[in-house]
Ligand binder design. Structure first.
Ligand code: 13P
Ligand code: SF4
Length: 334
């Protein structure tokens, strides 16, 4: 058996093509060539390592990535992000080949809402509409009325008639933030993101005391007590925009550290301090996002594996709530 055939056979176990890459190869050039040769587009999230962000055709937040996946005329979408993002791209462009460099790039938030358990929960609230954060599995989207991202969540909630009760899943922190922001009393699923729950309040307060002119900015996936002391709360794209437009020169950044690459690129003279986690590990890095590497990206494009395959019924039932989200976002100019 050839190396590729063995690696293909092992794909399920490894989640990626575990093949040697020539260490002297210019990976940037090789990936650029593969893009042209295969009419492929690379979509990357802001939490990817900086080299991947730089080689991507588009780097953005979850909403921007979905909009790109829906509109592209490329034959292949290579998703430098996590599994739920690539699944969403596949649902939006079912006739295109969607690749994810490592199938094990999952998401703790998506994992915190198993569809079978959620289905029973939903049955106990038959009058409720379900709004799900895009950070959930494709199957959960089939149990959802409207999907949202952190960029459009307020607009989505406000588009629902006031007398309609809502279940919000799976992120309890984003949900609590939305309850506060919109005044809607929603039932919240008890899920959370491992990265945004690790920030240490005391260390952040100390940093704020040490840098009184700094702005503390946070993603709404952070816990309520952190959002309480934040100077600005927003999705990844809003956080980047805020650092560009603000007069402040120092920012304490309460989200995954990968985002600092774009902040430094657009504001090279400003200082960005990653919000510290509550221990000494690199826990403010998302271990799932960071499973993608330049080597895996190259191998995945070369061999067109691993590919995202979804059952037809999941695409059929899951696409409507995503399209509803895109329609409401377009109306709101997002
Ligand atoms: P946004 O980029 O849409 O703000 O989402 C953040 C996130 O956690 C993605 O996993
Ligand atoms: Fe999931 Fe959190 Fe990682 Fe985003 S940062 S992919 S929500 S685990």
């Amino acid at each position: 058996m050839s190396d590729v055939a063995i690696a293909k056979a092992d794909l399920e176990k490894n989640g990626f093509l575990d093949l040697e890459v020539d260490p002297t190869m210019d990976l940037v050039e090789a990936i650029e060539n593969l893009k042209k040769e295969k009419n492929a587009i690379i979509l990357a999230h802001y939490y990817q390592e900086s080299e991947i962000q730089d080689i991507a055709d588009y780097t953005g937040d979850s909403l921007g990535l979905s909009q790109q996946a829906a509109e592209t005329d490329a034959d292949i979408i290579v998703f430098a992000g996590v599994h739920f993002m690539a699944e969403t791209a596949k649902m939006l462009s079912p006739n295109k080949k969607v690749l994810l460099p490592d199938l094990k790039a999952g998401c703790s938030l998506a994992d915190s809402c198993p569809p079978d358990v959620f289905r029973k929960f939903k049955q106990r609230h038959p009058d409720h509409m379900v709004v799900s954060y895009i950070n959930c599995t494709a199957e959960l989207k089939t149990l959802t009325d409207i999907v949202c991202t952190s960029t459009n969540a307020v607009h989505i909630i406000e588009s629902i008639p006031k007398d309609k009760p809502i279940i919000f899943a799976p992120d309890k922190n984003l949900g609590a933030y939305l309850v506060k922001k919109t005044g809607r009393d929603m039932i919240l699923w008890n899920g959370a993101c491992m990265v945004h729950e690790i920030f240490a309040m005391e260390k952040i307060v100390k940093l704020m005391e040490r840098h009184p002119d700094a702005k503390f900015i946070a993603h709404p996936e952070c816990e309520p007590q952190l959002l309480e002391i934040a100077d600005f709360i927003g999705s990844t794209s809003s956080l980047i925009r805020f650092t560009k437009e603000s007069d402040a020169e120092i920012f304490i950044v309460g989200t995954e550290v990968g985002i600092i690459h774009q902040m430094e690129k657009s504001s090279p003279n400003k200082t960005f301090i990653p919000a510290p986690p509550n221990n000494t590990c690199a826990c403010n890095e998302c271990p799932h996002m960071k499973r993608n590497t330049m080597e895996k990206l190259y191998l995945c494009m070369k061999h067109e594996l691993p590919e995202i395959i979804l059952p037809e019924h999941i695409i059929r039932d899951g696409i409507a709530p995503i399209e509803r989200m895109l329609e409401i976002s377009a109306k709101a100019g997002l």
